[in-house]
Design a protein around this ligand. Structure first.
Ligand code: GRF
Length: 220
């Protein structure tokens, strides 16, 4: 039987990515165990999702800490005390200090709803629609000390249409987020991710020619 990597999932809100990870584990498609769901907000719906599946969940309210570093140190302590090896940021709406990043170097992933390095930061679906790009998507990357900058593990591409709104594009991207996050964690669990500088190599992949995507497509 494959090793089950002990993960901690950090959330601030709805937790649909958390749900996708739970579902993949329960379907035996992901060799991981969720040791802890940690939220910085008591009203995060994701806490309910954890409860519904009997997964330990805690709230660490950042407002109770005097500095970002103090909050981060407490979060690291909590995750380590639960035996967490890999930290999964899933809609965790806080910037991380070096205290946190160093404690889980190459052992912390984030998901971002754009094709990084395009559109880092906030409101990225709206910015993609306003810019008129033909494609956007989502990115799972290792977390380093610069926001949305770490080595890229996997990306999914979706088309963007001129009629799109922030909401329609966000929904199209979210569907793909739910596919690629469990996949990235599984690759880690199988020990197949190797980080060299900015690049992440995936061991055991057969290189196949993938077709170029065009939007709008060629006709005739
Ligand atoms: C997702 O769009 C994710 O890419 C971003 O925050 C959102 C979280 O959604 N980092 P959910 O809480 O997983 O539903």
């Amino acid at each position: 039987m494959a090793r089950k990597v002990p993960i901690g999932v950090l959330i601030s809100g709805s937790g649909t990515n958390l749900q996708a990870i739970i579902d993949a584990i329960e379907a035996n498609k992901l060799d991981a165990t969720i040791q802890l769901v940690l939220s910085n907000r008591a009203d995060a719906y994701g806490l309910m999702r954890a409860k519904n599946h009997g997964i330990p969940a805690e709230v660490l309210d950042h407002k109770n800490f005097t500095s970002r570093e103090a909050f981060d140190a407490a979060a690291v302590e909590t995750l380590k005390s639960r035996g967490v090896e890999l930290v999964i940021l899933a809609g965790f709406m806080r910037l991380l200090s070096p205290v946190f990043v160093k404690a889980f170097s190459n052992r912390m992933m984030n998901i971002h709803p754009s094709l990084l390095p395009s559109f880092p930061g906030l409101h990225v679906q709206r910015r993609a629609v306003e810019h008129g790009v033909r494609f956007s998507g989502c990115t799972v990357h290792f977390v380093n000390e610069d926001c949305d900058e770490g080595p890229i593990i996997i990306q999914a591409v979706v088309p963007v249409f001129p009629e799109d709104t922030e909401e329609t594009l966000a929904a199209r991207i979210l569907t793909q987020e739910h596919r690629i996050y469990p996949r990235a964690i599984q690759l880690y669990s199988e020990g197949r991710l190797r980080v060299e500088g900015r690049k992440v190599f995936v061991d055991g992949l057969t290189k196949e020619e993938t077709q170029a995507l065009l939007q709008p497509p060629l006709e005739g």
